[in-house]
Each structure stands twice: as structure tokens, then as C-alpha cells.
Design a protein around this ligand. Structure first.
Ligand code: SF4
Length: 184
């Protein structure tokens, strides 16, 4: 008989790791970081019609020190890249990055010397969202997908083990994206 059957109902059993994941995913604070047209859709997501507050993240922070999610909404110019990196470095750990739209994900139609061909050249990206621009529903879907990743994020020794495994996998295949997400 498992312990769940012995204790009276009303008890909730979990692990610190799962509880931390639950708390983190339910209280993401995005940094205000709109760069181009995609930012209009990001702003629409915070409005009453789409109401991102339902997911505990209506408070976009103007200071990166109070934010743990960077939504890169729009194309990144070469001039903006060092600024973006500085904002990322100022954000508190643990932190996540969402590349919103084709421009942020790969440079999109701006295949030229002035635009960074994917924000993953500057910061580690946790989730890529295609579209030009992605609609608010798509942004919410990407964020909820990211929530699952945050919920499963290992802590302490488990995190070190996961990093070691990702490093091993990266040696076998240098393009492994998992490593980017774990090594901060
Ligand atoms: S993906 Fe489209 S909407 Fe978004 S920044 Fe690029 S051109 Fe603008």
C-alpha cells in the first residue's frame, strides 16, 4: 500500500523541485522589451481581450532586475544587440528567453548586415515562436509551453546531472538546444 492511501484525504504530497517549478511558472514577470511590430501583438496580449493576467504575468517590468522572462518581440539590429545582452545579463536567475516572430527567431525577411540573424546569436533562447507577427493566441500558447519546461526544470544535484547529460549530448551533436537552455 502506498503512503497516499494511508494518510487522510486533504493531504498534498509533492517534492520541493515540483513545488518550486509550480511557483516559478505561475509567477513569470516579463521584461518590457518590444523592438518592432511584433511588440504590438505582445501588448495586445496584456489587454482585456486576451488577458495574460490569467497566467500570473500581467506585470511587465520596466527594470530587468525585476523580470525573469525576456520576450524578444521584433527584429534585433546589430546596434541593439549589445543592449539586449546587457538587459539579459541584468535579469535575475533563473531566467528565460522567448524569441517572438520570425525576425527574432532567424532574422526573417531581413537577411542583411544590419539585422542579427536570430537572437540566439546574442542570448540563449528557450522557445521560438514563428509567425509575422504571431497572434496573441500564439504567444500565449508559446508561454504555456514554456510553463511546462519551467515546471520540469531540475534543481540542485538533479540540475547538475541534467547539465552533465546535456553536455554529453552536445558533444555528440553540437547543435543540441537543450544545452543552451541549461547552461546560463
Ligand atoms: S516578424 Fe513580422 S511583425 Fe514581427 S518584427 Fe518581424 S516583420 Fe514585424
Amino acid at each position: 500500500m502506498g503512503i497516499e492511501e494511508k494518510v487522510p484525504s486533504g493531504f498534498l504530497l509533492t517534492t520541493v523541485e515540483k513545488f518550486a517549478g509550480f511557483a516559478r511558472r505561475g509567477s513569470l514577470w516579463p521584461a518590457t522589451f518590444g523592438l518592432a511590430c511584433c511588440a504590438i501583438e505582445m501588448m495586445a496580449t496584456t489587454g482585456g481581450r486576451y488577458d495574460i493576467a490569467r497566467f500570473g504575468m500581467e506585470a511587465f517590468r520596466a527594470s530587468p532586475r525585476q523580470a525573469d522572462l525576456m520576450i524578444v518581440a521584433g527584429r534585433v539590429s546589430q546596434k541593439m544587440a549589445p543592449v539586449l545582452r546587457q538587459v539579459y545579463d541584468q535579469m535575475a536567475e533563473p531566467k528565460w528567453v522567448l524569441a517572438m516572430g520570425v525576425c527574432a527567431s532567424s532574422g526573417g525577411m531581413f537577411n542583411n548586415y544590419a539585422v542579427v540573424q536570430g537572437v540566439d546569436h546574442v542570448v540563449p533562447v528557450d522557445i521560438y515562436l514563428p509567425g509575422c507577427p504571431p497572434r496573441p493566441e500564439m504567444l500565449m500558447n508559446a508561454i504555456i509551453t514554456l510553463h511546462h519546461k519551467i515546471q520540469e526544470m531540475p534543481l540542485g544535484v538533479n540540475r547538475e546531472l541534467a547539465i552533465a547529460e546535456a553536455e554529453k549530448a552536445a558533444l555528440a551533436s553540437p547543435t543540441t538546444l537543450e544545452l543552451k537552455g541549461l547552461l546560463r
